[in-house]
Ligand binder design. Sequence first.
Ligand code: FES
Length: 145
Amino acid sequence: MPEPNAPPPLPPQLLCDSDELLDKGKAHVFDVLHYRSPARAFVLRFEGRLVGYLNRCVHVPTEMDWQEGEFLDGDREWIVCSIHGAAYDPVNGRCRYGPCGRGALTAVEVRESAGKVYWYPSRDLRPVFVDEPAAASPPTPESPA
Ligand code: FES
C-alpha cells in the first residue's frame, strides 16, 4: 500500500550512452532533488558494473569530485573525497578509511538497457525535470506532427 503523501512513482530517467562510461573512468554527474533540495549525483562504471551515488560526502555534506566527474583515486580503486580524503568502496559506497567513520554514500539506483544508462527516482531522490518516456522518445516517421 503506498504511503500517504508519497510522491507518485516516476519512470527511469535517461542519463547518457553506455559507452560514455569507461571502466574506472570519469563519472557522469547529474542534478537531482534530495528531499526537495538541489543536489548532484553520479554514475560510474567500476569493474564492469554501474554504480550510482549522491555526490555528498558522509564527513561533511559537500561534493567530492576533484574535477567534474573525477571521483576515483590515482590507482582507480576508491572513490575519494577531494576535501579531506575519505575513501569509499565503489561497489557498495561504504567508508573504508578517512573521516567518514562507519558511514556510506547514499546509493542511487542505476541500470543500463539497449546502450543507454538510466537512473531510477525514489521517494527521497527525484529528478529536477521529469524525463517522461513519451518526451524522451524521438518521433517516428509515422507519428503525427
Ligand atoms: S568533506 Fe569529505 S572527507 Fe571531509
